[in-house]
Ligand binder design. Structure first.
Ligand code: MTE
Ligand code: MO
Length: 220
């Protein structure tokens, strides 16, 4: 049988067209929740834990976990897309909307970019307009339960419209900056933006990411 004939006879998997529209190019849908990070999972003494807001702001602040938990709470159900090609639909995260957070602490940023800081030195850069949306959360819960340690408890960022490396786990700081600067992965060849629907994976030459790379990782 020639190749054209073989292809014609191939079974095409039935994908709900509504769902297909939600899946960015080059992504594979999974129902499991992969665990991906560099380095160790931090261990916390919550009495010592703080979230620092600093840099180009009218006033630096240090917040306790209690203060964050007392802010208005929102649940966002969103799709997430990892640059290693897995996507997961309908994830319910609960926490404080970045918008509400800024309003609550009354800090005015004097810059258009933000460097996010996670524990153990993880950083990622975002434009302020990518945080100032109605779906960006400082999340502490997933599916109505506190986040597991490995998914970023006590606090992680969730930025659904960008690749998931922008969603810092073990979030400890918002640093407002004048000029856009590359964070950890961005210094290692990842895109400064990270829009999955435009496949903004890399800033230079495309790095080969096999379709099943993420399948070898840890899940829950
Ligand atoms: N602090 C920190 N946050 C991080 C990472 C990391 O290595 N350290 N990895 C990022 C990447 S590449 C992804 S895909 C998501 C994975 O989140 P998950 O383990 O909850 O799926 O976390 C992001 N946030
Ligand atoms: Mo990732």
């Amino acid at each position: 049988m020639d190749k054209a004939e073989r292809i014609k006879r191939m079974k095409v998997p039935a994908v709900d067209p509504a769902l297909a529209l939600r899946l960015p190019p080059g992504q594979v849908l999974t129902e499991r929740f992969p665990i991906l990070h560099e380095g160790e999972v931090p261990v916390y003494d919550m009495k010592e834990w703080t979230l620092r807001v600093f840099g180009e702001v009218d006033r630096e602040v240090m917040l306790t976990y209690e203060q964050i938990m007392k802010m208005p709470q929102t649940t966002v159900t969103c799709d997430i897309h990892c640059v290693t090609r897995w996507s997961r639909f309908d994830n319910a995260f609960t926490g404080v909307l970045f918008r509400d957070f800024l309003r609550e602490i009354g800090v005015t940023p004097r810059s258009s970019y933000v460097m996010l800081h996670g524990d153990h030195g993880y950083t990622t850069n975002l434009a302020l307009r990518d945080l100032d949306r109605d779906d960006v959360l400082l999340a502490h819960s997933f599916d109505g339960e506190p986040l597991t340690d490995k998914h970023g408890w006590p606090l992680r960022l969730v930025v659904p419209h960008l690749y998931f490396w922008k969603s810092v786990k073990w979030l400890r700081g918002f640093e407002f900056i004048q000029e856009n600067q590359p964070g950890f992965w961005e210094q290692n060849g990842f895109h400064m933006g990270g829009d999955p629907f435009r496949e903004e994976r890399f800033s230079g030459e495309a790095l080969p990411i096999p379709e099943n790379e993420w399948e070898k990782k840890e899940f829950d």
